[in-house]
Design a protein around this ligand. Structure first.
Ligand SMILES: [Zn+2]
Length: 131
């Protein structure tokens, strides 16, 4: 019944329309090259295991000009639909929700504000009152 106008993706095995096939393969999240590049772009920082949000991802993606990194909509779609599923797919922690950020907005203690100087034993250089 259905004409043979699709071809399976070698990475995710999905049947892809022949007209979209090469574009899909080049940005398929199951393609190891795409997964690695996308994961690096999603990290908060190079050492971080936490993932950035969609808006920042789009800004970084445009700046990176790496054609193998899918846009956030296509990326989410490929991973199951949500940004949380993207996190699971690439193996990073998902971003904190605005509720769980509340605790992080508590005022810092003296030790937290001056962790670096205290650590090197130069508390005498601290000038409180300036930020
Ligand atoms: Zn694929």
């Amino acid at each position: 019944m259905k004409p043979r106008d699709t071809e399976p993706c070698p990475h995710c095995k999905a049947e892809i329309d022949v007209s979209q096939h090469s574009r899909h393969v080049a940005t398929c999240i199951d393609n190891p090259v795409v997964l690695t590049a996308t994961r690096e772009l999603l990290r908060v920082s190079p050492e971080s295991e936490t993932m950035i949000g969609m808006k920042l991802f789009e800004r970084r993606r445009k700046a990176a000009k790496n054609k193998s990194i899918p846009n956030c909509t296509s990326l989410a779609k490929q991973c199951g639909g949500s940004w949380q599923q993207v996190a699971a797919k690439v193996g990073l922690w998902r971003p904190l929700s605005s509720e769980s950020k509340g605790a992080l907005n508590a005022p810092l203690t003296f030790e937290e504000r001056h962790a670096c100087v205290l650590r090197v034993g130069r508390a005498d250089t601290i000038q409180e009152g300036k930020t």
